[in-house]
Design a protein around this ligand. Structure first.
Ligand SMILES: [Zn+2]
Length: 344
């Protein structure tokens, strides 16, 4: 073979190679791909043969949301579960509709939220939810999701996702209403947040997300929304804190409480013999005495709620759960109605 022939053959080999590659890029021909079993087993980090952008993620799974139409409501629903699992049934769809209805959730806002029921055991690493704002990747689920049962994704463009743990469907109303509350909270203007801070007695310097769950204004908003429509207790520490039970006698804030009550009694019933008090006086409640909103008392109660370990005596004295809970006043309820009307 002459030198010239060798060069010709080399050029021929190179151009054939290029043509095959080019055609495969265009999708005109299909080159054999690595079988799935191979990529699945081979989990150690190896240098990929192709450029990053050329690799499609192995076993990538796109979850599409179904649009459910029910009694005038239209919402997006999806599930993450094993491929063999049956699609979500009518009971779940009806329950969700009922919750949305009971929560007065603005119909207009349903366009921008997807509700996804998750079996955490069936979640794979490469899952995406297909929405009007493109593919949204799955959050990483922590053990909190098993106990708490719900996650609000925040906003991706206009779209938000609510993930509900499948094992918590028995508490769907509590969980979903709270997460829907987050979606309403996410629509508030800065001015509206300012008003909300005022109504709930939140110091204006507090960051909306907060660092402590119980002291996060965003959490408080979702809890207040839920409380208004399901009657549940608000678990955050803003608003007016009241004793969790009539018979709970305060430990840390007890002295302050007694002093405030005594002052009220002395002013209201002067010259009364302490050994001969009237029934009214004996069973006087803090609401009647109007001491609940006392700033010092509220700060003391908030402090007790913020540290269960430090104030364990207070916590153990209350019969169940935290020694105080937050109440939602009428002005806050009215504010919530206004917001819902604006968003509808
Ligand atoms: Zn929350």
């Amino acid at each position: 073979m002459t030198k010239r022939e060798k060069i010709l053959i080399l050029i021929l080999v190179i151009t054939t190679g290029f043509t095959v590659y080019y055609f495969s890029v265009l999708g005109i021909i299909n080159l054999p791909t690595i079988p799935d079993e191979f990529t699945a087993v081979n989990t150690t980090k190896q240098k990929p043969l192709e450029k990053e952008s050329d690799i499609s993620v192995p076993n990538e799974k796109i979850i599409t949301l179904q649009q459910v139409e029910n009694v005038g409501y239209s919402f997006y629903l999806g599930q993450i579960d094993y491929p063999s699992t049956a699609p979500l049934g009518d009971t779940t769809k009806n329950n969700i509709t009922q919750i949305i209805y009971k929560a007065n959730f603005p119909k207009n806002l349903l366009k921008s939220v997807g509700i996804i029921i998750v079996n955490t055991l069936a979640v794979s690493e490469y899952e995406y939810i297909k929405t009007s704002e493109g593919k949204i990747s799955m959050p990483s689920f922590s053990p909190d999701f098993i106990t708490g049962g719900g996650i609000y994704s925040g906003k991706f463009g206009k779209m938000s996702l609510i993930f509900i743990n499948k094992t918590k469907l028995s508490s769907l109303s509590e969980i979903l209403t709270h997460e829907l509350g987050h979606h309403i909270g996410a629509q508030l203007t800065s001015e509206e947040w300012g008003k909300y801070y005022e109504l709930r007695g939140i110091p204006s310097t507090t960051s909306r997300r907060g660092t402590n769950w119980g002291l996060s204004p965003q959490e408080d908003f979702a809890e207040v929304y839920r409380s208004i429509f399901t009657g549940s207790k608000v678990r955050t520490y803003y608003g007016l804190l009241v004793k969790s039970g009539y018979f709970y006698s305060e430990e840390t804030c007890g002295e302050l409480y007694d002093r405030l009550m005594d002052n009220y009694k002395k002013a209201k019933y002067p010259n009364t013999d302490p050994w001969n008090m009237s029934w009214d006086m004996l069973f006087l409640t803090e609401e009647e005495a109007g001491i609940t909103s006392n700033v010092e008392l509220q700060n003391c109660r908030r402090e007790v709620l913020s540290n269960q370990e430090k104030y364990s005596a207070d916590w153990s004295l209350s019969f169940s759960g935290p020694p105080y809970y937050s109440i939602v006043d009428q002005a806050t309820r009215d504010f919530m109605t206004q917001i819902i009307n604006r968003l509808n």
